[in-house]
Structure formats: C-alpha cells, structure tokens
Ligand binder design. Sequence first.
Ligand code: HEC
Length: 421
Amino acid sequence: MKKIIFPAIIICTAFWNGYSQNTAMGEKIFKTTCSPCHHIGKGKLVGPDLSGVTYRRTEKWLGSFIRSSQTMIKNNDAAAVKLFNEFNKLVMPDQNLSDTQIKDILAYIKANSPAPAIKTQAPSAPKEKQTTNVAKSAPPPVIEWVHAEHQIKAIRSAEGIDPKSLNADIWKNAPAKKIPVAAQKVAYPNLHKATVDEITVKTVYRENQLAFLIEWNDSSKNTEVDADKFCDQLAVQLPVDVNDIPNYMMGNQGGKVHIVHWKAIWQEDCEKGFRDVLDLHPNMWVDVYPGLESYLDRSKRIYSQDIHAELIVETSAFGTMPGTYSKNPMSLIKRKVPVEEANAEGFGTLATQETQSASGWGEWREGKWRVCIIIPVNTGNIFKASFKDKTKVAFAVWDGGNQNIGGRKHYTQWADLFIEK
Ligand code: HEC
C-alpha cells in the first residue's frame, strides 16, 4: 500500500503546487506576447481582461481563437464575432504557437485567476455555436499580418560609415532584402489602408555601429508638419537585451526596445536650417520672443526669424522657449542629425533617450525615399541594443501624404538579423 501512495503524493504536489514548469513557460510567453494587449485581473487593456477566461470558454475554443481569431470570425462563431464587435473590430493578431505553448499559457492564466465559486467542478463553457475543425476546414485567413520569417544579413565594414554617402561602395556589396509591411490595425490610432507595401533593407555592421540603408516607394515627398499635415518617417527597432526578446510592437513591460526614428521634417531642418511658424505661414504675425531681447543690445529686438541657438542662454528664455533652453533634443534650433533615439516598453511608453548618438540621412528622388540610419550598439549603455552575432530587428514606415502619424503607420514583425562572421 505504502509503495503506491508515496509516488501518488509526489505527482499530486507536482501538479498542484501552483507554479509548475508549464506555468512558468506560459508566464514567459504571456509576458512577451500577450501582455501588451491583455491584463489578468487588472481590467481591460487593448483586449479583454483574461482573468477566469479558462472557466468561461472551452479549451478548444480558446486554442482556435488564440491561433486565429479572424478565422473564427469569418466562420461566424457567435462568441468570437460578439467580442470582435465589442472591441471595435480590433484584430487580435494570429499567434503561431504550438499546442503545448497554448496549454502553458492557459495554465498561467488559470493560476492567476480566482477559482470559480464551485470548486469541485469547472462550470461548462457557455454554449457557443462551435464551428468544428476550424483550422482544417476554413479558408486561409485574409488578414494583413507579417510573419517573422525574414532574414537579414549584415556584412562587416572595416571603415566608418558616413550616413550621407548613400551611394558608397559598401552599400553596393550589402545584400538587399525586401520585407513586406502591413497597416497597423491593432492599437489606436490605427491605419485603415496601407499605402506602402514593402521596404528594401541593406545592413552593414562595424564595431559598435549597425547601419541600415532602407528604400521604399513614396510618390510624394512630405517634409512639413502642421495642423493637417504630417511628414514621412521611418523607424528601426532592436531588442535591448538579445537574450530576452520583447514584443515586436514597441516592446512590453520589462522588455525594452531601442528605437531610432528618422523624420523628414528633421531632415529638412538639417539641410535648410531652422524654420519657424513664419516659414509655413508667411502672412502670419509673429511677435518677438521676449526672453531673448535683453541678451543683445536693447535697441535691437530679436524676431523669430533671427533666432540662433547661441541666444537661448539667458535664463529668461526658459519662459518662452523652455525646450530649447534646456537642450531638449526635440527642440533643437541647429539640428545636425535627422534622427531621434528612443526606448519603449509597450504601447504609449515611447521616451527620448538621454544620450543621442545615432545618426542618419535621407534623400527623396523620383518617387523613392532612401534613408540611412546608423545605430550605436554594444556600447555598454543599458538603453541601447547589445548582441553578438545575431539579433532581431523590426521596422515602421509613415506615409505623411496619407495622414500617417503616431500609431497610424506601417510596421513589420521581428526579422532575424545575422552579422557576417
Ligand atoms: C495586439 C493586441 C493583442 C495581442 C498581442 C493579443 N491579443 Fe488577445 N485579444 C485582443 C483583442 C483586441 C481581443 C478582443 C477580440 C477581438 O477584437 O478580436 C482579444 C481577445 C482574446 C481572447 C478572448 C477573450 C474572451 O473574453 O473570450 C483570448 C483568450 C485572448 N485574446 C488570448 C490572447 C493570448 C493568449 C495572447 C498571447 C499569445 C493574446 N491574446 C495576444 C488583442 C490582443
């Protein structure tokens, strides 16, 4: 008798001690893949709170929904359609996960949900109109989603890379990789229609520098920003910690991404010098910036078109041009690089980095942008990406002429990036 009871107890404890191996695996996947959109027990985020979902739905329904909610919606699964409408038709992206991975995630959700009132028996799931064998019988889902099957190879360069030399020989030797981009439809503000379908990427690695030359078609050059105008933009994203790849959509809590963001308006600032409201609206009346008056001879007043960075040293300028006075990289008057270096840990957390050491340059010609971005990597700075011979990279493109701004953009999932041996 004893012989049988003893192992039985071990099995029971292994099963019931809350955090089994599976739950821990599930937690890891949940935190990187699901947590940008779902809380468990803290309320609605982009998607519904998943607390107790394993008691509300059958495992089969959950498996099908997580793999491809859009397939279920197209097949008129009543519960899926209802949820989709409740969440303003936000598309939950298809998740390419194995049965085991889905089981692990569900175990983690269950371990973090309060048990239902009757503990002895899980209540049966609501009687949804189940579509049988969804995965096999359904036509392939027609959703715009880019899978991370792309591989980019970076060649090595012994010499420094000049961001302005877009026609340098080094770029001729780097292999070109075409990567499709999709309209961002997951988080608001979202983009309804993609106007860019792909980008062509070339990559060169040099000690502490990862350089990209990216090209895409854009029939209009948009370099101005006004109340109803937006400029063309491009961003490259790398995981900060290559051993813990965060979500490809701006990272996740505890999973930082390093972003370098090129903006056509800044490109124009670099080429043409400081432009002010008067350049956009020549007939508008702009008065003086009072904080600057006392700096020079009082007989001469300084108008906005005469502003130079050197003038913004008076503490009184803090009142009128606080950003410029405190040297905020967003408010520079003499802009030298058209890129901003930032970090994010999930939607809505984008923050400018204190140390700006990225560079870049862009050129629009005959319906095409060509933009070089050089990212400082492996520098020991904890806000910047580090890796050895491989990492991941993702991209975003904004078509200013089609009102792209913020989340209204085109994006890619992670692609694998390999550095030449
Ligand atoms: C980019 C946002 C996003 C991500 C990432 C995401 N979801 Fe969702 N999820 C949603 C939205 C939005 C809904 C609501 C249904 C809809 O709009 O289609 C949803 C619905 C669900 C539901 C149905 C909930 C219910 O009450 O029945 C489950 C289960 C679910 N998601 C699980 C997951 C899991 C597991 C992951 C990670 C593997 C994940 N989701 C990743 C956005 C997301």
